[in-house]
Write a protein that binds this ligand. Structure first.
Ligand code: SAH
Length: 357
């Protein structure tokens, strides 16, 4: 076995199992070694090649010379009293992303970023305020998942993944799907694709591409408004797409995957929380096999939007329920730790005032 590296060390998490089998074959190693390595990384949560005790020492050395397991570093770790934990992660080129672990009964859900920043420009969202810097690599997406998994005690497993962190996952589709394939593989994180959700602002051509992918992941569409006039104001990309073409793509996705669709709706006081909006939503969603997820707004420093009062939320909900819509009002999690996407990163960008303790 040579100890000189092939080239600059690669991120091990960028490799599919097949890539790793191939690399090992080139070194005269049997294919089952790849499964052993994956088992250590994705299931047994090791931090170092040296801990892979069923591999020979020379093979461990060879791996350590040619691969990096970790490329990021932890900038900040916040914990909320409700069990939510948030990591602010520094990428090797200086970019920064957020990811979150949510505890809810037996569920251990993680919310993961797909890009540094976001190009979609939704007016109420902290992630896109400075645009997008770049797509994350497959390895960087998986690294967030593993860092969050490492927060769990040994007897607990990650149960759900939502691609609802920073960025637009469908604008980085290949890398997101590459990472999620490893997340759902029984040899990887072993999370059923029924428990993996890709959330999108609604990009019809990319939804169609995802529909052709062999694994049917759950799809969530961030609607936020029941008509184009309002949606164009909240979600700038809507001016090019329009709700109708998004609904048509969503319907095609449902038909080809059989997965019930989720629509997301962030309630913004005085903007999209009227009874008229709720009635229009009923018209738009009636008869569709879908779930409407209504999300209370997490306020963002510097932005003028607010969560509606309990009375308004109640009336909005009643209109939807009376209209026969399958609706879920999500509870806010992670209060006190800036858990909405992009919030924490934004906060850490602002220079700390000298008067702060
Ligand atoms: N770009 C994708 C995924 C990331 S955002 C998308 O648009 O779906 C995930 C969800 O969080 C979206 O529905 C988004 O609109 C919502 N969101 C963004 N900022 C929020 C905030 N401050 N409070 C509540 N939800 C927010």
């Amino acid at each position: 076995m040579k100890s000189m590296p092939d080239e600059t060390p690669r991120h091990l998490l960028d490799l599919t199992l097949q890539d790793l089998v191939q690399w090992l074959a080139d070194k005269g190693q049997p294919a089952f070694r790849a499964k052993q390595i994956w088992n250590w990384v994705y299931q047994r949560r090791v931090r170092d090649f040296q801990e892979m005790s069923d591999l020979s020492k020379p093979l461990r050395e060879l791996l350590a010379t040619n691969f990096k397991l970790w490329t990021c570093s932890l900038f900040e770790h916040q914990k909320s009293v409700d069990g939510t934990e948030k990591l602010l992660i520094d990428l090797k080129d200086g970019g920064r992303v957020e990811c979150v672990l949510l505890r809810d009964g037996p569920r251990r859900s993680i919310c993961v970023s797909s890009q540094v920043g976001c190009a979609m420009g939704c007016v109420f969202c902290a992630s896109g305020l400075d645009g997008v810097d770049r797509n994350l690599t497959q390895g960087e997406i998986l690294e967030q998942m593993l860092q969050l998994q490492h927060l769990l005690p040994e007897n607990e497993r990650l149960s759900h993944i939502v691609m609802m962190g920073m960025g637009e996952p469908l604008a980085n589709l290949d890398r997101v799907v590459g990472a999620l394939e490893i997340a759902r593989s029984p040899l990887g994180l072993g999370i059923s694709p029924r428990r993996i959700t890709i959330s999108t602002v609604g990009l019809p051509p990319a939804i169609d591409r995802l529909a052709k992918h062999e694994t049917p992941f759950q799809l969530a569409i961030s609607l936020h408004a029941p008509n184009d006039e309002l949606r164009n104001r909240l979600v700038p990309t809507n001016a090019k797409t329009g709700i109708e073409s998004i609904m048509a793509a969503a319907e095609r996705y449902f038909r080809s995957t059989g997965r019930r669709l989720t629509f997301e709706y962030v309630l913004l006081a005085g903007i999209n929380d009227t009874i008229d909006c709720a009635r229009e939503l009923v018209q738009l969603l009636r008869g569709k096999t879908s779930m409407l997820n209504v999300i209370p707004y997490n306020s963002v420093v510097g932005l003028p939007y607010e969560t509606p009062s309990a009375t308004i939320i109640h009336a909005f909900r009643k209109t939807l329920v009376d209209g026969g819509i399958n609706v879920m009002f999500r509870q806010r999690k992670g209060d006190g730790i800036e858990a909405a996407c992009g919030q924490l990163r934004r906060k850490r960008q602002t220079p700390i005032q000298t008067s702060e303790p």
